[in-house]
Write a protein that binds this ligand. Structure first.
Ligand code: PMP
Length: 366
């Protein structure tokens, strides 16, 4: 007898998140050596992790028999210092995915609605659906957020808006002035989660002064991660910056020990390693130039991207994806985003990018 009916309808209706294929899985499936596989599928940092973060983790190993600091004192102090907020304004998360879910679990009830953009991060509808709220997906404008239409989509039942800036998987960016105007016009009783997972990759003039917005707008929740530019995806660490009032509520909902000790120790070191961050951004802009030049040369259309990845359009994404996998190159199909003609490739090291380009070229010739 199936017990699936014990889960509420809105849970049974959830389509699971599709992650990038792990290297070990492709190696098993294709009989390839792991060392011969290039993974450019999950927007990870191709440089690995900061040496300072590694050293901090090694030093924290001896304490692993103990529970982590559930209040994350040292990490909150580091974040507070770096971003000029009070520790009471910080919520630590098991990755920023945890932050997105905490926002949903803390503030939403069945019957509430949530506004997000078409082609924006897959976790927004998932987190919405998991709490029985209803998503209002607003049609994208040139693959990016149509902030005007998102404002217009807000209903009396709307409690929360998700905005990814830059957006994944399209790499699009909102203009800083447009975001400010959005916050000015958004009803004060609607929460706005501004997901800045890729903000470190932006040139300064493209960066939104989100901390300035936070001082002005108490309904803003900023979400950040250490999975991308800081190179700690496997450790799972992210955080929210919000008013002390909203942070306090989210902190009540999270698991008491949601961020493990190694992640806390590594994050303190990583936030401080500006050399590593600079090198990450440099490698990314060079790799972005390398890949976009190849796409232009090969006549493959793409969406100009502000992240550490780029989405391009091919006739049939599934066929090219299979071709790539058979040759040991893992990229990200986007059919689950309703973009079956598109694929997303993360920016890697120069030689990894070259391998992707060579296989793409081979596919187009064939
Ligand atoms: N937000 C966006 C826009 C993302 O692309 C991702 C990762 N794919 C996340 C949040 C979550 O990342 P993490 O949980 O590793 O912080």
């Amino acid at each position: 007898m199936s017990l699936a009916h014990l889960a509420p309808d809105h849970i049974r209706a959830i389509a699971p998140y599709q992650a990038g294929k792990p290297i070990s899985e492709l190696a098993r499936e294709m009989g390839l050596a792991e060392a011969d596989i290039v993974k450019l599928a999950s927007n990870e940092n191709p440089l690995g992790l900061s040496p300072k973060a590694r050293a901090a983790m090694l030093a924290a190993m001896d304490e692993l028999a103990r529970y982590p600091d559930g209040n994350g004192f040292a990490l909150k102090a580091a974040i507070a210092g770096k971003f000029a907020v009070a520790p009471t304004q910080i919520v630590l998360g098991n990755g920023s995915n945890d932050i997105l879910e905490l926002a949903a679990r803390t503030f939403l009830s069945p019957g509430d609605t949530v506004v997000y953009a078409q082609y924006s991060f897959a976790v927004y509808p998932l987190a919405t659906q998991a709490v029985g709220a209803r998503g209002i997906e607003v049609k994208a404008q040139e693959y990016g957020h149509d902030l005007e239409a998102m404002l217009a989509a807000i209903e009396p039942s709307t409690k929360l808006v998700f905005i990814a800036n830059p957006n994944n998987p399209t790499g699009t960016l909102c203009r800083p002035g447009d975001l400010l105007e959005f916050m000015e016009r958004c009803p004060a009783n609607v929460l706005v989660v501004l997901d800045e997972a890729y903000t470190e990759y932006l040139p300064r003039e493209k960066q939104v002064d989100s901390l300035g917005l936070l001082r002005r707008f108490p309904n803003l929740i900023i979400s950040r991660t250490l999975s991308k530019a800081y190179g700690l995806a496997g450790l799972r660490i992210g955080f929210a910056l919000a008013s002390a009032e909203l942070s306090d509520l989210m902190n009540r909902v999270r698991q008491p020990f949601n961020v493990n000790s190694l992640a806390q120790a590594a994050a303190v070191a990583a936030l401080d390693d500006l050399d590593f961050l600079r090198e990450t951004v440099r490698i990314n802009s060079e790799g972005m130039a390398q890949i976009t030049a190849a796409l232009v040369r090969l006549g493959v259309p793409f969406i100009p991207s502000y992240g550490n990845f780029i989405t391009f359009h091919v006739g049939d994404g599934a066929t090219l994806n299979r071709f790539m996998l058979e040759r040991g190159v893992i990229i990200r199909p986007l059919a689950s985003y309703g973009m079956k003609d598109s694929l997303r490739v993360s920016i890697g090291l120069p030689e990894e990018n070259a391998r992707f380009i060579a296989v793409l070229e081979e596919a187009l010739e064939g």
